[in-house]
Ligand binder design. Structure first.
Ligand SMILES: [Zn+2]
Length: 394
């Protein structure tokens, strides 16, 4: 969807109106309940699902005609507000049957997730939530193709940036990216569909090129130097200094399957369900969020400025001064950003590094000013001061 010359506030009002509009329309849908009776208003309204996150949204219904009518209604509604639905950014798709999708592809992409249903036998099939009979398909939610590709692009960029760095620096910058991504998809099927292993393989290929470059084309040497066996894992990209404290690259697959660090959400809970949806469609207006955070959340469109991934309801949200107070940053909105708790920790570590460097700079500055008052020389790494310059003049 594309906004023209319109204030973000108005756009937000327009987006909020959409849900009410669709729910009014839903009451007029002609449909029957599974038992053959003509459907009640409540049944009709519950048959239509509208999910919005910032200015991205999805409308779900089993009847294609209803979906097409929704598109018309939303388009008219937004036109009245001076906004339009960009045809290139909307698509009508069936989650199971590709032939019923506008572009012949089953499934839908939303918020970096791809949701698609696949035909499945009696035992692997999902069951009807109320009637418990098999539905003949199962649902898989995975990172969308674009999201997977973007993640690898990000990794590629970091590896390129560290072409001439130490392995440790490279690992330090890659780890939070990997952790954040796996965390975001922790309640999807990324692990079971092999997507996480695929991400590890793609990452390995890039690191291999990095290692080969560092060892002047000698891949064998690179493998010996930069990879090692740790525990049960054979090929761990890790530093060699000291076995116990080797700094190692996190593995997507390992993070995704560790039950202690990430609690998987059970069965029917999808990222589109329940609390997340409630929270996110009311983005920035949650009573649980202090106003300052709410404003930042809205201006960042629900995305953490550090890892560029969306905040989810269970995430810890922390305010951060973009330029640290100790470095002269002010306590005002344009110097504030909202970060995940774990991202904030990393940012703070970096801030402290700068603060220390700055203090050191300041120290040398003061020191050299003082020193300039004297006639001094170095000998064998020892500083000798002859006498006070001023006195020499006399
Ligand atoms: Zn973050």
């Amino acid at each position: 969807m594309q906004g023209g010359v319109i204030s973000p506030l108005l756009a937000n009002i327009a987006l909020h109106g959409m849900e009410a509009l669709l729910m009014e329309y839903a009451k007029t849908i002609k449909m029957r309940e599974p038992n053959g009776k003509s459907a009640s208003s409540r049944f009709k309204v519950s048959s239509l699902t509208f999910i919005r996150y910032a200015d991205d949204f999805v409308v779900l219904h089993r009847d294609l005609n209803v979906i097409q009518r929704c598109r018309e209604l939303l388009s008219e509604w937004l036109n009245d507000m001076g906004l339009e639905i960009k045809p290139s950014k909307t698509r009508i798709a069936h989650t199971l049957h590709p032939e019923l999708s506008e572009d012949g592809q089953a499934g839908l992409d939303f918020l970096g997730y791809h949701t698609q249903q696949f035909p499945a036998g009696k035992y692997r099939s999902a069951k009807h939530p109320s009637y418990q009979q098999p539905l003949g398909f199962k649902t898989l939610i995975t990172p969308s193709k674009d999201a997977s590709k973007n993640h690898q692009l990000k990794i590629k960029k970091v590896i390129k940036k560290h072409k001439n760095s130490d392995q440790a620096l490279l690992i330090l910058e890659l780890n939070p990216i990997i952790r954040g991504w796996v965390n975001y998809y922790s309640f999807s099927d990324a692990s079971t569909t092999g997507e996480l292993t695929r991400q590890d393989n793609l990452t390995y290929q890039k690191l291999r090129a990095w290692g080969r470059y560092k060892c002047k084309g000698n891949l064998n040497k690179a493998h010996k130097k930069y990879w090692k066996r740790i525990g049960k894992r054979n090929w761990v990209f890790a530093t060699r200094e000291g076995n116990a404290n080797a700094l190692r690259l996190l593995s997507h697959a390992e993070l995704g399957s560790s039950s202690t660090e990430y609690v998987k959400v059970k069965g029917e809970d999808s990222p589109y369900n329940g609390q997340l949806v409630y929270w996110s469609t009311r983005l920035g207006r949650s009573p649980a969020l202090p106003t300052r955070k709410a404003i930042l959340l809205r201006s960042q469109r629900g995305i953490c400025s550090w890892c560029c991934l969306r905040f989810r309801e269970r995430d810890i949200l922390e305010e951060d001064h973009i330029l640290a107070r100790a470095l002269g940053g002010k306590d005002e909105y344009k110097n504030l950003q909202l970060l995940h708790g774990h991202c904030h920790d990393e940012k703070t570590a970096l801030d402290l590094k700068y603060i220390r460097e700055k203090e050191l700079d300041q120290y040398f500055d003061d020191f050299s000013k003082k020193l300039n008052k004297y006639d001094w020389y170095w000998k064998d790494d020892i500083l000798y001061i002859r006498s006070n310059k001023r006195r020499d003049v006399h």
